[in-house]
Design a protein around this ligand. Structure first.
Ligand SMILES: Cc1cc2nc3c(=O)[nH]c(=O)nc-3n(C[C@H](O)[C@H](O)[C@H](O)COP(=O)(O)OP(=O)(O)OC[C@H]3O[C@@H](n4cnc5c(N)ncnc54)[C@H](O)[C@@H]3O)c2cc1C
Length: 447
């Protein structure tokens, strides 16, 4: 049998957090998994490099917490806004640790992909998926991304797929990788997902972020720092946030993130915003063009399950390719690991005899796990997109440590399942309120 004729149980496209986690859990369960990754590890990936307790939990479950020993461990979040500062430790939780790590994606992603390979997945680096092999080739999917809900939440599903055509990035040679199930985890641009028919809801928030590294005497600060009142060069507050994440290796990761829900999004120049943030950040960090380690790079953050459809009879979409970033805080690594794991469980159940029904159930599992929370997150993002509301919330909230503690728990999705404390009660109230609020359509933004 020629290599291209072999039919794998699963082909996973992309070995970032979502793909590597999916491949690990499938390989661990004994399935024949091929992972195609267009880059070679270690590789750079633009990110804030912040792992929250949710991400740490997933890494620990994959047996990788020991491998983080050299990474910078931090204990909580310092928030600054409109002249106020609040420093909060990660809360106690029965499931998640009360610490996080910072680690470059250069170092992290190869670790997890390597773990999947050690569990038995075939990891083909330098191998780019260029097109799906459709079971019933026909005209390309209609462009549903131009307006409105982009197919998400409709009954529509992705078409059946026999595998992917891949290109060796060194030789340029192409070949077919065939599989019974296809997992799409190719990140926020998701070329393969779009070729299959996914589209982003333009009425959902989209983040746009830029980050760079700086040498800093505070590189091993025990808190990550978030700035809630970033300004454009004219001094006007914009809907977004700035961050300074100590890396523990002599550097800090500094970035700005913008939210697409405001009309003013189009006018904001993110590079200028970054320069302004760098010059305006607390001097003790010593951020300046002289301490910069290189020019900043940026990327998009599809949030709140903004991309769909996420299933077909033998296809699932996870991570950024499915828009799984948390709208509250722009965190996507943990949700990549989690949705990759859910995808693996659904595909594993399908392979074990459940067939397409098990794959289609993935969507329901996503809904059960995230729908309420992300609906609240989207409402939150719309609210804070109004600078006056943002200012009022920050200045009132930051006067009370209890409010900020509750908010941290909600924003990092660390509510306790076993306890009804103030944050859990506040969150249930938010779910109820968000349920009766409309999700209004937003102006068009480029995908
Ligand atoms: C500036 C910025 C800062 C961020 N900061 C944080 C943070 O601090 N903490 C956090 O939790 N999240 C952060 N995020 C979000 C986080 O980076 C993403 O949510 C996360 O990387 C999603 O993982 P993924 O596996 O879905 O996609 P990715 O990490 O993008 O992985 C996709 C993989 O697929 C590969 N690939 C793509 N196309 C193909 C193809 N055709 N064939 C084969 N392989 C392919 C890519 O090379 C890549 O390895 C940030 C994002 C940005 C842009």
């Amino acid at each position: 049998m020629a290599p291209g004729d072999r039919i794998h149980d699963v082909v996973v496209v992309g070995a970032g957090p979502a793909g590597a986690s999916c491949a690990y859990w499938l390989a661990e369960a004994g399935w024949d998994v091929a992972v195609v990754e267009k880059k070679h590890f270690p590789r750079e990936k633009t990110c804030g490099d912040g792992l929250t307790p949710r991400a740490v939990r997933q890494l620990a479950d994959m047996g990788l917490e020991g491998a983080l020993a050299g990474a910078h461990r931090y204990v909580g979040l310092r928030s600054l806004g409109f002249g106020q500062v609040v420093e909060l430790a990660w809360p106690e939780h029965p499931v998640y640790p009360s610490y996080g790590y910072t680690i470059t994606r250069h170092d992290l992603d190869g670790l997890v992909a390597g773990r999947a390979a050690k569990a038995g997945a075939k990891l083909w680096e330098g191998t780019e998926a260029v097109a799906p092999i459709l079971a019933n080739p026909g005209p390309p999917p209609a462009d549903r991304s131009s307006r409105g809900n982009g197919g998400v939440g409709r009954a529509s599903v992705l078409p059946p797929c026999l595998g992917v055509t891949v290109r060796d990035t060194t030789s340029g040679a192409t070949r077919a990788v065939r599989a019974r199930y296809v997992v799409v985890t190719d990140g926020s641009n998701s070329r393969l997902g779009r070729a299959l028919g996914t589209a982003r809801r333009r009425d959902y928030p989209l983040g746009m972020a830029l980050r760079g590294y700086f040498r800093s005497p505070r590189h091993d600060d025990p808190f990550i720092e978030s700035h809630l009142d970033i300004r454009d060069p004219g001094g006007t507050v914009v809907p977004g946030y700035g961050w300074i994440f100590p890396m523990g290796d002599g550097r800090v990761n500094v970035g700005v993130g913008l939210l697409s829900t405001a009309q003013r999004w189009k006018g904001v120049n993110t590079s200028a915003l970054m320069d302004t943030f760098v010059s305006w950040a607390p001097k003790s960090w010593e951020l300046s063009p002289e301490t910069a380690c290189g020019p900043p790079t940026g990327g998009k953050l599809p949030m709140g399950l903004a991309v769909g459809p996420r299933v077909g009879p033998n296809v699932v979409v996870a991570g950024d390719a499915g828009g799984s970033i948390n709208p509250f805080n722009g965190e996507g690594i943990a949700y990549g690991y989690e949705t990759g794991r859910l995808a693996a469980e659904s595909v594993g159940a399908a392979l074990a005899g459940g067939g397409p029904a098990s794959v289609l159930a993935y969507e329901q599992r996503l809904e059960d796990e995230y729908a309420d929370y992300y609906r609240v997150g989207r409402a939150f993002v719309r609210l804070i997109s109004h600078p006056q509301v943002m200012r009022a919330c920050v200045s009132v909230g930051m006067r009370s440590e209890t409010v900020m503690e509750g908010l941290l728990r909600i924003m990092a999705n660390l509510m306790r399942p076993d306890h009804r404390g103030p944050s859990e009660i506040a969150y249930r109230t938010m779910v109820a309120v968000a349920g009766i609020l409309p999700d209004p359509a937003e102006p068009d933004h480029p995908r």
